[in-house]
Design a protein around this ligand. Sequence first.
Ligand code: TXA
Ligand code: MG
Length: 337
Amino acid sequence: MILKASQTSIEQAARLLQSGEVVAFSTETVYGLGADATNSKAVEKIFALKNRPGNNPLIVHVASVTQALELIHSESDPTIISRFKKISPLWPGPLSLILPKIDSISDLVSAGGKTIAIRIPNHPIALELLRTCRLPIAAPSANKSFAVSPTTAQHVEESFASENIVILDGGACRIGLESTVLDISTSIPKILRPGAISAKKISALLEETCIGPSMKVEQENIAPLKSPGLFNLHYSPLTPLVFLEDLIGIPPVSNLGIVLFSPQKKSQFSNSAKEISVLSEIGNLEEIAHSLYREIRRLDQIGLDLIAIETCSEEGIGAAIMDRLRRARHLPNFHSK
Ligand code: TXA
Ligand code: MG
């Protein structure tokens, strides 16, 4: 059930969270599926709704740095606390920090590990909800596991059509890609998932280099899993999706969809494509990120045989765009489900 965000609907959603129910809400990155992070029964509902593997930990959302500090283990290494102080001015924002956790956070949230991811979202509705319920809220993206994340309330409703969950509608997400996940609990800070906040910005604030994410980790080899972004197939539509350059090696299909980052190559495909989507009139990476999931979802629903998508440089948010596209890319025979 989609509720337009208002003081009344936020209070209603906060009461549901306090009573152990699940609520979906808008953030600046993607929509989240939230539950009380201190209540294992409530957190279990998230895993069940999403069909999420239990070894994949959740991000805990809070309203303030003070509230975040309350969740961090009091005997944490001073280096970790010093990093936290340098980097937390980026909050509220699209950054999740991995830190040693206190015991009262459900072990389900941390997938049995000793750390949790914490984030303060930069969205007035998410912040108002967090302040009103006065709870740390565990919230993964509000989609079924391995599918494309939702950037509108309607996307959430499509994914959970048969489950009657409350969705707080805060409009289309401004950024449109999930937060940067940064582990500051290890000897060298490491980006586990690229997002709108770049490695360059993080390194400058931390005054130390951080390691970038690695693609070459197989699901079977990691336990507990460090980041679901590590699955080789994730963020994936059901329609096979390839890069434009892959088209050379693939037999032609009758129903081809093309996603372009600017209008430049449009005329090349006007005869061969059934549908062409242009994400930005000027090839702006922020605009591309904002519309990417919406357009992949739309093209996935119109009966195409194949979607071919442009690629971009790994500058700034381009690193996150390419990370998600590499994980979404699959030919018909390679899709696992
Ligand atoms: O932008 C976002 O981060 C959105 C919004 C709703 O805040 N949330 C989101 O959650 O994308 P989810 O569950 O779809 O992705 C969380 C990522 C996963 O890659 C997970 O493995 C990683 O964060 N993660 C969470 N806790 C972790 C931990 N303790 N250690 C390592 N990775 C962790
Ligand atoms: Mg997700």
